[in-house]
Design a protein around this ligand. Structure first.
Ligand SMILES: *Cc1c(COP(=O)(O)O)cnc(C)c1O
Length: 472
């Protein structure tokens, strides 16, 4: 179901003329890279196979080969560094899609969840409780009770939550590994809204606040069942050294608690996710291996085998492997500026549209047949379909001059973009397709999420409550 094949497209991907096209469009950053070749082949095949077209002006695509490679790179980077058990819990919020979670499970990953919805997605994908970590900052008593009944690891965010855990642990035995989240207060990065380790961050117990360290140590000494410590000090825009500094603070605190306890009470460190992603080219940098090397230099004790580890990467596993493909419906000029009006805007690229300087996206141009578009570059706006002026995927962007019926691709959108649709203008959620090359080089697609229908939009917008306000 949802699988179609096409014989012609793959030859094109590997053919000499496709690389030549990429170069002449000025996309030297991506020309020739295997991921760019796979993407170009998928765009061509998607057009030829009718996954997009005149009446399907937008769809999203996930490069399954790339996702598997990222998962493998994550696992091998840590496996090479420590003999202790490591759980890589994928942060579900980065790509809340059941088939993707199942694919990652098949690659040996678990799930980090932060809401009842995310937990339900992980369970629907077959991810076992022992491979699941619950981290949200606002867990209700019912969520905590469910997590402990299932044996899911929980990291308490604050003293009030710890008090709830106290009561639950007293009332019934649980196999859940339990810990506390700390904020190392090592400082923010280039994107304020995403910086988790600022001095006033809402997350975790603020480690450098007056009395906090002593309170934490006491909390562990009083509770022999607290066996983990958690931090999530990275995020997009956080430099690697700051990220690693936070993890060092976590390690030092664990060593201090264990020394005071006179035993290895804390046996597992959850070091969070938050590896920054390169949004400027197809290069995946920093790599997981570089991240592990930085940790080895700065926190060698992490890898002596005395701590099990949990990671919670999201964006760095998925971002590079997603593409939004949208049709150019119209082109025009306004005040001398060429504008391409496409079907991708705020509904699929919300962060980019509302915070374009923090979240610029690369745009690739394709002709009506889905071939990389060539020609001299002209600065132009790539606009979305929504009815507000700021609905731009890119402003003043040099690209081959876009024409009606061309395609634009918003690259690196595999995490926190099309999987996070925004309902502005009641624009429908596009379909998401996974793609991979067959042994013979043809591109095969599989439907990951159906496009939302207009009937569904009506139903989700109170359609069933049609008469609710009559006579009120
Ligand atoms: C969002 C989040 C992650 C994943 O962050 P990425 O930047 O996507 O890697 C991991 N852990 C926690 C607690 C988070 O909130």
């Amino acid at each position: 179901m949802g699988i179609r094949e096409n014989a012609e497209s793959a030859g094109n991907a590997e053919g000499a003329d496709s690389a030549g096209d990429a170069e002449s469009t000025g996309r030297a950053d991506s020309a020739g890279s295997p991921s760019a070749e796979r993407r170009d082949a998928a765009v061509r095949a998607a057009v030829e196979q009718g996954l997009v077209g005149r009446d399907i002006p937008i769809a999203a695509f996930l490069d399954i080969t790339g996702i598997r490679a990222s998962a493998a790179a994550l696992k091998s980077a840590f496996a090479a560094a420590t003999s202790a058990p490591v759980l890589h819990a994928f942060a579900v919020k980065a790509a809340p899609l059941v088939p993707v979670l199942r694919l990652l499970r098949e690659e040996g990953l678990g799930a980090e969840v932060a809401s009842p919805g995310e937990l339900a997605l992980a369970r629907a994908a077959g991810i076992r409780p022992a491979q699941t970590v619950l981290d949200s900052p606002a867990k209700t008593p019912a969520e905590l009770r469910e997590a402990l009944a299932l044996g899911i690891a929980v990291n308490a965010d604050n003293p009030q939550e710890l008090a709830r855990l106290d009561a639950l642990v007293r009332s019934a035995p649980s196999g859940s590994p339990l810990g506390i989240r700390v904020n190392p207060q090592t400082g923010g990065g280039s994107i304020e809204a995403l910086s988790t380790a600022t001095s006033t961050s809402k997350f975790g117990v603020a480690l450098r606040d007056e009395g906090a360290r002593d309170w934490l140590i006491r909390a562990y000494l009083d509770r022999p069942w607290l066996t983990r410590l958690h931090i999530h000090s990275g995020s997009q825009g956080i430099p690697l050294d700051l990220h690693v500094q936070g993890i060092r603070a976590l390690y030092e605190l664990a060593e201090e608690i264990n020394a005071r306890a006179g035993r290895r009470q804390i046996d597992t460190l959850d070091i969070g996710g938050g590896l920054s992603v390169n949004f400027t080219s197809d290069e995946e940098t920093p790599t997981y291996a570089e991240f592990v090397r930085a940790l080895q230099r700065s926190v060698p004790g992490l890898f002596t085998g005395s701590y099990g580890l949990v990671t919670e990467f999201g964006r760095s596993l998925l971002a590079k492997h997603g593409t939004i493909l949208a049709r150019v419906e119209y082109t025009k000029t306004s005040g001398g500026r060429p504008i391409a009006v496409t079907h991708a805007g705020a509904q699929v690229a919300t962060r980019t549209v509302y915070a374009p300087h923090s979240w610029p996206l690369r745009i690739a141009a394709y002709d009506p047949k889905g071939r990389p578009k060539t020609g001299p570059e002209t600065a132009q706006d790539v606009a979305g379909p929504a009815c507000f002026a700021g609905d731009l995927l890119a402003a003043d962007r040099p690209l081959p001059l876009l024409e009606q019926d061309d395609w634009v691709a918003a690259l690196d959108t595999g995490a926190y973009y099309f999987a996070h649709p925004y309902a502005y203008n009641s624009l429908a959620r596009p379909a998401i397709h996974g793609f991979a090359a067959e042994a013979d080089g043809t591109v095969r697609f599989a439907l990951v999420r159906e496009a939302q229908t207009v009937a569904e939009i009506v139903a989700e917008s109170g359609g069933e409550q049609l008469r609710a306000l009559d006579g009120m």
